[in-house]
Design a protein around this ligand. Structure first.
Ligand code: PHE
Length: 350
């Protein structure tokens, strides 16, 4: 059609020139913006073509029918050319944009660093898991305690020398309120609420005014309490022996040494055979072959008196261990403060 039109336009040189020029510029427009400029220039109200079409009545008589006939065809043809070029340019622009914004979705993503539990938490959970497997339930209590639960109900009356054994943090202006020095007060809280039989494991933070390579002002304990009919010291020993083997290896032995705690009678300290030398004696166990891991004993009948348990009907044992100490022995860590320095070179080893 456009070739026909070109032939036909030869009948009017001015019209032909306008048309040729417009077709050329539409074809050369390299962007949508340039194309819009070409449209205004060649098809706008002030364009040569529009002016020519408007001036038909004033044209010489022989030009009038030619311009009238072919002028509008030229306009229609240019509008079509414009639309076609517009389509072309837009397609090209989209292709370029897609290429520029292309993302390779098969590339591996940025690795997101995954954290892990602190060794203290891992150790605490491992201890809890062992006792949970024996049917113990987990119990917790407040870190801010009263001296009744921390001392008195644990058979440690005012003026008792054991009260000063623990270097206690007292809450200012409230001599009766303190940061618990051990998890044992939760024994009392559990027995106040529940009737025997009781089998609980009590993890938590405790506080003492100590600070050196083997003591921090805050550390973690796990307490155990078993109260039932006919519980004996043999049950305590068997339970702790199974625990020591679970924690430190099947070849471990334990031994019980007489000790003193106000809330147990008899009381013992429990040692495990050294996991480094196997009991032969080395630097870690100070050549004794044994490492102390916890304190324990049979619940003192006086303690049952504070919680209205009947000492003629039930007996029980209790034990308490330091989580940091267990972790240090198990992993050969020599300075307790490593746990709290937050040095990732240390933390990431576990
Ligand atoms: N509460 C004692 C301590 O902190 C440990 C212990 C718990 C001893 C239970 C005997 C029975 O040293």
């Amino acid at each position: 059609m456009n070739d026909d039109l070109k032939e036909q336009l030869k009948a009017h040189a001015g019209l032909a020139a306008l048309y040729e020029q417009a077709v050329a510029e539409i074809g050369q427009a390299a962007t949508s913006a340039e194309l819009e400029e070409a449209r205004v220039r060649h098809l706008g109200r002030k364009s040569g073509l529009s002016q020519l079409l408007r001036s038909i009545p004033e044209l010489p008589a022989e030009e009038r029918p030619v311009v009238g006939k072919y002028g509008n065809r030229a306009r229609t043809a240019l509008e079509q050319a414009l639309a076609a070029r517009k389509h072309e340019l837009e397609a090209g622009e989209l292709t370029r944009r897609l290429a520029a914004e292309q993302a390779d979705i098969t590339l591996p993503g940025e690795p997101f660093p995954r954290g892990h539990l602190h060794l203290i938490t891992q150790t605490q959970w491992e201890i809890e898991d062992f006792f949970a497997g024996l049917g113990y339930r987990i119990a917790e209590g407040p870190e801010v305690e009263t001296s009744y639960y921390n001392f008195t109900a644990l058979n440690t009356p005012e003026g008792h020398p054991a009260r000063s054994l623990h270097d206690t943090f007292f809450i200012q202006d409230k001599p009766d309120v303190l940061l618990r020095t051990h998890t044992s007060p939760v024994q009392i809280r559990v027995m106040e609420k529940e009737d025997p039989p009781v089998y609980v494991i009590i993890p938590g933070r405790v506080y003492r005014r100590d600070s050196d390579a083997t003591h921090t002002p805050m550390f973690h304990q796990v307490e155990g309490l078993a109260v039932d009919e006919h519980i004996t010291m043999a049950d305590l020993k068997g339970t702790l022996e199974a625990f020591a083997k679970h924690m430190f290896g099947a070849g471990r032995e334990i031994r019980l040494r007489p000790h003193y705690f106000p809330f147990t009678e008899p009381s013992v300290e429990v040692d495990v055979s050294c996991m480094i030398c196997g009991g032969a004696g080395c630097r870690s166990c100070k050549h004794s072959g044994w490492l102390e891991i916890l304190g324990a004993g049979m619940v003192d009948p006086n303690v049952f008196g504070f919680v209205d348990y009947e000492p003629d009907e039930v007996t029980g044992f209790a034990f308490g261990m330091g989580v940091e100490r267990i972790a240090m022995l198990k992993h050969g860590i020599t300075d307790l403060r490593m746990f709290y320095d937050n040095d990732m070179r240390f933390i990431n080893q576990f």
